[in-house]
Design a protein around this ligand. Structure first.
Ligand code: EPZ
Length: 438
């Protein structure tokens, strides 16, 4: 894949693109297949590098992965077998998904190896909630220079777990472990993102017993045996929100096929408050800039059903064009405004307050780690040479370059391909002016 894109900005994006299955569900559903005694079929799988990484890791553990049709993966776990640390270490690369192999591998092999984890550099991203949960199930966690080795000599039993924060990853860890543990697990303060509910649907199709209660409580009754599933992945709401922001920033009109209103309610409210227009259809959502000035907003990122942290980067590019002062509080990750430096270089007026802002009235409880970005607009954006820092920051650079006056060179495109399927072909379909460099 080309590493650099050279964009001639100033042209509205117009047309239709499709978003497929969610990166943040598809990769977890692939891991869940390890728990079944028979093959699983996952449909609407996006062609992104995170899926390739998980496929290679499953292959390393003896899972046969094939593609019976475009966008489909057949995952056969019948011959699961141990592998070596360095094999996993070499494969895990830039993804955080390897940590979710723990539960299924402990059930299948009695051992799990966790290499150094990758993922976007948007904070320390510790795994203490995961390790504490696995210990609560009766697992033994051994740290060594190679990484972490987890065993369960006495098997795994149900547990009562309360997460200090509704972590998506730790909730998935508990789900993927509890479904075959002896007895009942009660998980309090769980994440309830649409991707979590879709993973619960996958596990229930396999034979699991899981019920959710109000106030973020999930109960899982362990079973001895699970079989394969057939499942169509939930559509990628993060990609849909990103293209919506692209329509706004470029004063364009984009129909996002596959976008689902119920997964984007909070995003759509903010999109409308900023001055964007949208129309919900059976097969997707049309997003466009209705003309006129954009309006400033105050946004706090939060866990679902709040404004998602993965939506703030593309939105901030739009807010650089709003008439007035916008404030975005990042409350989920402690270091997710690094991408604003390059926007500054392109002419944006963004001030990051590393300790957040006391003054502003808040809905989301204040967290020690949070930061705030104050965006003053409108300031015309101009072309620049920028390097992609991470997945969502990278996409925001593409749409800033598309809106900017003049030419931009966006390098290190790899992180964008981790979560945005065929983004170059989609830019082409939407009429963007660009060339690629190897
Ligand atoms: C998932 O990351 C997503 N990634 C992220 O999307 C998303 O931003 C995040 O959930 C929040 O919605 C995938 O699904 C692969 P968390 P995850 O555990 O599971 C702290 C994207 O752009 N925490 O909910 O890693 C953590 O540091 C990516 O697609 C601990 O302190 O997120 C963070 O501050 C980026 N200890 C907060 O919780 C732990 O053991 C939320 O993290 C675990 C998490």
């Amino acid at each position: 894949m080309a590493d650099t894109i050279v964009i001639e900005g100033g042209k509205p994006l117009r047309g239709r693109i499709e978003v497929r299955g969610a990166k943040n569900l598809a990769t977890k559903a692939m891991v869940a297949a390890l728990l079944g005694d028979t093959p699983s079929l996952l449909q609407d799988v996006p062609d992104i590098s995170d899926v390739t990484i998980v496929t290679r890791m499953l292959n390393a553990y003896g899972v046969a992965v094939s593609s019976p049709a475009e966008g489909e993966l057949l995952l056969d776990p019948v011959n699961v077998a141990r592998t070596h640390f360095d094999t996993i270490d070499a494969l895990a690369g830039s993804s955080r998904v390897p940590i979710l192999f723990c539960g299924p591998l402990l059930h299948r092999l009695g051992e799990a190896l966790i290499p150094d984890l990758g993922g976007c550099r948007i904070g320390d991203r510790p795994i203490d909630f995961h390790m504490d949960a696995l210990r609560a199930f009766g697992a033994i966690v051994d740290k060594s220079y190679e990484g972490i080795r987890i065993t369960a000599p006495n098997g795994l039993h149900g547990a009562n777990i309360e997460l200090p924060f509704p972590s998506v990853g730790a909730t998935e860890q508990v789900l993927l472990t509890a479904v075959r543990a002896q007895g009942v697990t009660e998980l309090k303060n769980a994440a309830i993102e649409p991707e979590i509910m879709d993973l619960i649907a996958v596990l229930q199709k396999m034979g699991a017993i899981i019920w959710t209660e109000a106030n973020r409580t999930i109960f899982i009754e362990g079973v001895d045996q699970l079989s394969g599933y057939t499942h169509r992945a939930i559509s990628d709401r993060n990609e849909a929100a990103s293209w919506a922001a692209a329509a706004l920033v470029t004063q364009g009109d984009i129909f996002v096929g596959g976008a689902k209103q119920q997964d984007l309610l909070t995003f759509l409210n903010v999109f409308r408050k900023v001055g964007g227009a949208f129309e919900v259809h059976e097969d997707g959502i049309r997003f466009w800039h209705p003309g006129g000035p954009l309006k400033p907003v105050q946004v706090e990122t939060d866990v679902h059903p709040g404004f998602m942290t993965d939506w703030q980067q593309p939105l901030i590019v739009a807010l650089t064009q709003a008439e007035g002062v916008s404030i975005v509080h990042e409350t989920v990750y402690e270091n997710r405004f690094g991408f604003t430096d390059a926007l500054h270089q392109m002419g944006a007026d963004i001030v990051v307050h590393k300790d957040g802002l006391e003054s502003v009235t808040r809905r989301v409880p204040r967290r020690k780690l949070e930061q705030a970005a104050v965006i003053t607009g409108p300031t015309p954006l101009h072309g620049a040479e920028v390097e992609v820092p991470d997945l969502r920051g990278g996409f925001s650079y593409l749409i800033a370059a598309l809106a900017a006056d003049g030419v931009s060179r966006v390098t290190n495109l790899g992180p964008i391909a981790r979560g945005y399927e065929h983004f170059v072909e989609k830019l082409e379909a939407l009429g963007a002016d660009f060339t690629l460099e190897a």
